[in-house]
Design a protein around this ligand. Structure first.
Ligand code: F6P
Length: 494
């Protein structure tokens, strides 16, 4: 059973205004579909709009169970606590997180609703895989309701350093919620290490390597006036005698690399890539950014660096153009609205300053596109710009690599992404270092074909071997090795 923020289908309106469901082609769904089908699995999630949830239904061999959110819960839980508190906090406070008690209460309420659905729907001895920052309390809540199930949790975004995490007024509840799981997956080793430190500091728990010892008898919080150290020393000996180990480790997520490569090889997509280059005026160099319009993605840093490159005449139209696709996201959250204004003013300023009729230096598209169209853009691009200030993984970087089956193209990649831990042959940059970023953009745009090929070949080896199926298998294998302490036959459900 999977519990995730969203269902793997999108609600659309049919020709007569009736509700229709379309499979959303995300990597997570692709990876889990075969596993879920074989296990007759269920997927628990929010359909994406406020209101009464639809009745459970089957789609693509999966049983889908909706969790409904009211208008107020969309505002307080989804836009509020998830995307106004946790998202900025976990991404290094790039935007200031807001700590509001009603938002926290909504988060607890919605997490409980998910946990209750899981507890009702899960078969005896089931494996329950909970996803991401929206559902961090669910593992603990499910464990209280159903001691027989195996519980995994995977955090798709970064887990912050303790000094940042410590700002959260509800940090202890979050740590306890996650520790309800048997296995906690993170994108990078540094995320797992940050979490282990949070366990020591907020809950006074003992850790050994990747394991946290959670005492059977429950555990008190460390006294509020201590950093937890003396308290921890005194308790470690007692805890080691009983309790269970929770493992926190890195399982870097990936994409369906073979599927992306297949799309890239299709004649229609290749023709479309050609058309895109022609529409851009057949420049020598196409630079490309594709991101959700989010302040974590470093879109402004990239635009400003490109603006200075144009000013200095190092690159520019008609020989080089930048295409920036920014897909709309979380548009009712204030910081996202503000970012959109800033990006659009910046694009307008740069095009105004350095453009000519028919030759804008930046082509800006605030739209969402289907996968085939995105792959056509990947094929059309000589240089891919991935410049986040912080990103759990960044799958766009991996998709670009997977689509470049002829081993051409250059990837510029921020060191603050999970992908940078794997794609060492990319042009690695620090997006805050504008001079370094400018030099790297120019270097990537003028790299020799031999060097480009050497780099791309190395990255492709990694992305093709470590695809999303490898990720899901590695994680589920590790979860299956967790000893079940309450055998299914014990009938804990009653
Ligand atoms: O990367 C985290 C994540 O929650 C993804 O799971 C999701 O695709 C993306 O951010 C967009 O999130 P939302 O559900 O808020 O549109």
């Amino acid at each position: 059973m999977v519990a995730a923020s969203r269902l793997p289908v999108d609600q659309t309106e049919g020709p007569d205004g009736e509700t229709e469901w379309r499979a959303s082609p995300g990597g997570l769904v692709t990876a889990l579909e075969p596993v879920m089908r074989a296990a007759e699995g269920a997927w628990i999630g929010w359909p994406g709009a406020a209101g009464e949830p639809p009745e459970p239904f089957d789609s693509n061999g999966m049983h889908l169970v909706s969790v409904g959110l009211s208008e107020e819960e969309v505002a307080d839980y989804y836009e509020g606590f998830c995307n106004g508190t946790l998202w900025p906090l976990y991404h290094d406070v790039i935007a200031p997180p807001e700590f509001r008690r009603p938002w926290w209460e909504a988060y607890v309420r919605v997490n409980r609703r998910y946990a209750e659905v899981v507890a009702t729907e899960a078969a005896r001895g089931a494996t329950v895989w909970v996803h991401d920052y929206q559902l961090q309390l669910v593992p603990g809540m499910v464990r209280e309701l159903r001691a027989d199930v195996r519980i995994g949790h995977f955090t798709h975004i970064p887990f912050p350093g303790y000094e940042i995490f410590a700002q959260l007024p509800w940090r202890r509840q979050i740590v306890r919620g996650l520790l309800g799981a048997d296995l906690l997956g993170f994108q990078r080793q540094s995320d797992a290490t940050n979490f282990l430190r949070a366990c020591r500091r907020t809950a006074g728990l003992a850790t050994r390597g990747s394991l946290v010892r959670v005492p059977d008898a429950g555990y008190d919080d460390p006294p509020a006036d201590s950093a937890g150290r003396g308290f921890r020393r005194q308790r470690v000996a007692e805890d080691l005698a009983s309790g269970r180990d929770v493992r926190a480790a890195a399982f870097p997520i990936s994409i369906d690399s073979a599927a992306i490569e297949e799309i890239a090889k299709s004649p229609e997509v290749q023709a479309r890539a050609q058309q895109i280059r022609e529409a851009l005026g057949k420049p020598e160099t196409v630079l490309l950014g594709i991101d959700r319009l989010d302040y974590t993605k470093g879109i402004l840093h990239r635009l400003n660096a490109y603006g200075e490159i144009l000013e200095e005449g190092r690159l520019g139209p008609p020989a080089a153009v930048l295409v920036q696709i920014a897909s709309p996201s979380r548009e009712r959250v204030e910081s996202y609205r503000h970012l959109r204004d800033e990006v659009e003013v910046t694009v307008g300023r740069i095009n105004g300053d350095y453009g000519e009729v028919g030759n804008p230096p930046i082509h800006y598209l605030h739209q969402s596109y289907p996968k085939d169209e995105l792959v056509a853009y990947y094929l059309a691009a000589d240089v891919m710009l991935v410049t986040p200030l912080r990103d759990g993984m960044n799958l766009v970087a991996k998709e670009y690599v997977a689509s470049r089956y002829d081993e051409t193209g250059a990837l510029i990649l921020s060191e603050f992404t999970g992908a940078a831990d794997e794609l060492h042959a990319a042009f690695i940059i620090n997006p805050h270092d504008i001079d370094g970023l400018k030099d790297t953009i120019v270097r990537a745009a003028t790299v020799s074909p031999a060097e480009a090929r050497r780099r791309m070949r190395s990255m492709r080896r990694r992305v093709l071997e470590h695809d999303v199926a490898y990720w899901a298998k590695t994680y589920l294998d590790a979860l299956s090795k967790v000893p079940v302490r309450y055998p299914p036959a014990a009938d804990p459900v009653g």
